[in-house]
Each structure stands twice: as C-alpha cells, then as structure tokens.
Design a protein around this ligand. Structure first.
Ligand code: PMP
Length: 364
C-alpha cells in the first residue's frame, strides 16, 4: 500500500505530511552539501545552522524570553523526571507534586530518589478525571518547586490555567510532553518546561527543556553529566553527539508551525478538532462516553469508552477499514483513545466521527 493512514497514536505520533515530504526531498543530499543530515558532523557549520534555526523558530513560537535557555536533550521526558530534582534541589529539599495522571505519578516516584517530594493532590481515587481547584492546594512551605503534568496523555486531562507556586523562591515545573506547541504558553510563569518530542514536534529521541537560566548550575554533585543542564547549556546542546536527525526534524516542524501563523492559529485548529470529537461523544446518548470532567478535557488525547465494551473490537475493525489506526486506549486503562495532535488533519477527525455513527447505530 502506498496510501498513508490516519494515525491516532499517542506517540510516536503522526507528523505533518509536508514536513515528511520535505525531509524526504532533503534526505539523500541535504541542500547540496553532498550528504544527509544523518551523516554530517554535529560540529560542522551545516548542522550548527540546523540546530540554531530550530532553536530560533521554537523561541519565536513560544515567545521564549532571552533569560531562558533552550536545551535539546536525550533520554525522553522520563530522564527529566530525574533531572528536575537533581538540578533544582538538594537531596533533603521538599518539592511538591500535583498528580493528575500516571505520568505525574511516575515523575513523583522518580523524584523520591533525589529529593523529598510530597504529593499535594492526587486524582487517583477519581480515576484521574480532574484537575484540582488551585485555591484548595496545600503547598508545602519552603518547597523548591511545584511540579505538574500539563497534559496527561493516558487519561486525557489538561491544565487550562496554571497554579502559582506559594513563594517567589519556588518555581513551577511542567511536563508538557503531550501538549507542547499545541497552543500559546506564557513561558515566564514557569521555571522549567520539558517535553519529549515524539507527540507534537518530531521523532522520539529528542527531549526539549526550556529552563530559566538562573536555575542552571546548582545540580547535585552526583548528577551524571548527561543529566546536568549546565553541561548542556554551556555547550549549546553539543556536549556530546546530539540526536542530530531528530533535531533536524523538530526544526522542520517548528518552521511549519511558524508558517501556519504560530501557536494562536495552531490552537484554533486544535480546538475545532477536539470540539467536534467531544461533541460527537456527548451527543451519542451515552453510547460513547468520555470520563473526563468537561472543563479540563485534553485538546490532544481523547479517551472514550463504548457502552458495550464488546463493541470495541468492532470499532477498531471498522476504523481500520477506513485507514484509521492506533485507537486502542493505553493498556493500563483500556477503552479507546484518539490522539489528535497538531499534525492530525481535520479530515481525520471527521472520518472518525463517521465510524462513530456506524458503530453506534449497529450497536443499538
Ligand atoms: N510524560 C508524558 C506526559 C508522556 O506522555 C510521556 C510518554 N508517553 C512521558 C512523560 C514519557 O516520555 P518518554 O517516553 O519520552 O520518556
């Protein structure tokens, strides 16, 4: 088959078609330099131009102030679960975590190895369908940072506003892996934002960290060099061999997002896609259900169940006939999940809704 599918995977995820075609056209011989991006030195002028352009387009997109450092790292967002406490505090320091889903929970558990984290709110007993009311949060006095997962990929809950840390010395830290560059964000509200690339902005293998520069340089002495933000900041993300091709791909995606008119425009498209999907779920008379509280439903990951679970397999089969794939929910929660990142076209969501109608009707 030569035709592409509509890929609703949570990550690695679908990438913009024009970006893939551009990468294809440049694969064999990048802009006449006689080799591919995969073969060139990471210290040569060609790659330097690639990484600098990627950073500059990202700075444009998120309006990143000059006192923030952008790092292109490896090891996935999971590695940042450790890097965050290692770089921001001493082993005895208290840090606060708001746990709105399983990624936030993983971050909390990793932080316990390098700091003294407190879970100040957990949505677990309500199956991670909510975001807390910020006034009700009991932040720990003297905590070094407040950690949130801005969008929980498995449970489909997304912060629509952000809590403010209790004191000026404390910073807000956010895992934005699954909603990075999906909408404008006021970077100045955060000490650290980190994200694995493989959902919205590129292939797996690249992790982006945006760190307020004064927070860099106080890592715990035992911090491995690869986890020390200062090492990477001092070397412009070129301390060791970076994931060159992945950074190149992220750069192409950033350029594409800038050309689309930036994140204000991107958000409009995402709102439209998400609302037609949630509307279809809500208007199915309970045949399809999304468990997440309406006001905090994710624009990126839409979990849903069918009234008759035995119809799930049929749903997946019907969708596959129409070239729609990867709709099963995460193995830990079951049900269905449609991830509709930036690169999912409106046409993909419209097609999905047609299958909703078909399976819904035959199931009654
Ligand atoms: N945080 C979130 C919100 C995620 O969705 C994921 C991956 N699905 C991770 C962290 C872990 O990322 P990685 O696989 O890049 O380590």
């Amino acid at each position: 088959a030569t035709e592409r599918v509509f890929n609703f995977a949570a990550g690695p995820a679908t990438l913009p078609e024009n970006v893939l075609l551009k990468a294809q056209s440049e694969l064999y011989n990048w802009r006449g330099c006689g080799m591919s991006v995969m073969e060139m030195s990471h210290r040569g002028k060609e790659f330097l131009s690639i990484i600098q352009k990627a950073e500059s387009d990202l700075r444009t997109l998120l309006n990143i102030p000059s006192d923030y450092t952008v790092l292109f790292l490896q090891g996935g967002a999971t590695t940042q679960f450790a890097s965050v406490p290692l770089n921001l505090c001493k082993p005895d320091d208290v840090v606060d975590y708001v746990v709105t889903g399983s990624w936030g929970d993983k971050a909390l558990k990793e932080a316990a190895k390098y700091s003294n984290p407190k879970s100040i709110w957990s949505g677990k007993s309500e199956k991670y369908t909510k975001i807390p009311n910020f006034e009700s949060l009991e932040q720990t006095p003297g905590a070094k940072y407040l950690h949130i997962c801005a969008n929980e990929t498995i449970h489909g809950v997304e912060f629509k506003a952000y809590p403010t840390p209790a004191t000026e010395n404390e910073v807000l830290v956010a895992d934005m892996s699954s909603n990075f560059c999906s909408k404008p964000v006021d970077v100045t509200k955060f000490g650290v934002i980190y994200a694995g690339a493989q959902k919205n902005v590129g292939p797996s293998g690249v992790t982006i960290a945006i760190v307020r520069s004064d927070l860099i340089g106080s890592a715990q002495p035992s911090t491995p060099v690869m986890l020390d933000w200062k090492i990477h900041a001092d070397n412009n993300s070129l301390y060791n061999t970076p994931p060159c091709y992945g950074i190149y791909m992220c750069g192409l995606v950033f350029e594409d997002l800038v050309e689309q008119g930036g994140l204000v425009e991107v958000e409009k498209k995402n709102v439209k896609k998400a609302s037609i999907l949630y509307d279809a779920i809500d208007e199915s008379n309970g045949f399809f259900r999304c468990p997440v509280e309406k006001s905090v439903r994710s624009l990126m990951n839409v979990p849903f169940t069918l009234a008759k679970p035995e119809l799930e397999a049929e749903f997946v089969k019907e969708a596959a006939k129409e070239k729609m794939v990867q709709l099963k929910g995460h193995r830990s929660v079951g049900g269905m999940r449609a991830s509709i990142y930036n690169a999912m076209p409106l046409a993909g969501v419209e097609k999905l809704i047609l299958v909703f109608a078909r399976v819904g009707i035959s199931g009654f």
